[in-house]
Design a protein around this ligand. Sequence first.
Ligand code: ADP
Length: 543
Amino acid sequence: MNGLMMDLPLLISSIAQHAERFHGNREIVSVTGDNPLHRTSWGEVISRARRLANALQRCGLKQGDRVATMAWNDHRHLEIYYGVSGAGFVCHTVNPRLFAEQIIYIINHAEDRWLFIDAMFVPLLEGISSQLASLEGVVIMTDEAHMPKCSLDNAHCYETLINAQSSDFDWPAIDENAASALCYTSGTTGDPKGVLYSHRSTVLHAYAGVAPDVLNLSARDSVLPVVPLFHVNAWGVPYSAAISGAKLVLPGPKMADGEALYNLMQDEDVSISLGVPTVWLALLQYTEKAGKRLEKLQRTVIGGAAVPRMMIEAFRDRHGVEVRQGWGMTEMSPLGTVNTPKPGMETMTPEQQLDLGVKAGRGIYGCELRIVDDEGHELPWDGKAYGALQVRGAWVCSDYFKLDGGAGAHTVDGWFDTGDVAIIDGEGYVTITDRTKDVIKSGGEWISSIELENVIMGHPAVAEAAVIGVAHPKWSERPLLVVVRAEGEEVTEAELVSYFDGKVASWWVPQDVVFVDELPHTATGKVKKVELRRQFVDFKLSD
Ligand code: ADP
């Protein structure tokens, strides 16, 4: 016997309708390429998204056709999110910081028909447009006054395009399982792979994001996503914020500018901000130097890479800001775990709180987790056993776009293998010890590069650090510590090595230390270990 409840499709357009009706006046503030501080509202954004939907329909796009974006976080990008997906097309966010060859590959693989682009990326596109076979037209996301001179075929001005359209548009009743958005992994090994989100997965993920122990978003919040709209839907914030009616503060091209972020947080009463660790390093360095305190910010959600202990400590002790570490990936929309305390943990000492805080967090409802050994047997959640972390759930990918199972990322019993190695404790808190490919294998045992990095990031003379495995004749691999010194700090190799004493097992302590001016980063701000390993492939370890 079925229940007698309505069966309405979970559509992104329903989020748009909700935001417009209930939170129409709630502000959206953006830094854009053509305006240092643009103010609009959820009502206006959704109304303009309907104009855009009309424009796209006039271009002859069919349901499921891909429309690409190459842009920073601002209100126009948000309008495209809702206009494209809401009308039944697929919003393909392209990361403009990828190499040109990767961008060409991604756009051709996705067969994007139209591309919306920030004016500042036009020269990049001009350099590659002859190789983009599927592209029929380009829309430059600015007004007539700021249109750049360009040699692109069929290029239009965003404001002119949408202002010529009516804001009357009926969002189509599409299947909730229809594709809504597309995002490619950064492809550190092999070609980038496309993750194709559906309306249903996006809505369920956005619901989960709002919850108190996840992002905890409400109509009273002002949210600054420093996670880009061009990568994994900015962790679902554009949707979760619309559901809750939170104010959005979008930093445009100022994503890595500590001072600009600080000023936005203070001036726009930002209560929560989200980003990868490197972004927060820039902000913390700025506040330290300028002698400033984050007075408005209440919490940050940090994920995408392990969060160093000193970062959690600096936010807590210097700024009174709660850090919630999160873990996830493009293939998971991305939320998988978030670190918030359970009852009883409020009595923990400050040190115990940090011990908990450096973990990736506990599973959120909707995303199941398990760790398995090499034979696929499930391992206990005892805080000791480590194995391959696998997930399944309504917002986890079931395959990659046009790969038809070829990636081999799923198990026969239907779980997705994340490529991460993890430990899970008795309370369900996950610790990511490594990427499978980054783990250091020494004398048949595994050394966690992440744990070593976390320790050394606590040294005041270290600005950034990475640990990689380097070939060793006896132990097969030994850890090499690569360090960027903090400005004006002097520190020796021996001092850094002895800093590990008593903090990790003695055989984990890095064999050698190399000082560099900077570490290579991926387009999403993570340390590019593949490149580091390449750089140090012939490194001769000392005895
Ligand atoms: P890509 O850089 O390939 O596009 P994602 O942005 O999807 O990838 O990153 C996902 C990966 O980032 C995870 O599989 C994991 O290795 C790493 N990661 C994310 N959050 C954390 C965390 N809190 N601690 C450690 N690693 C993390």
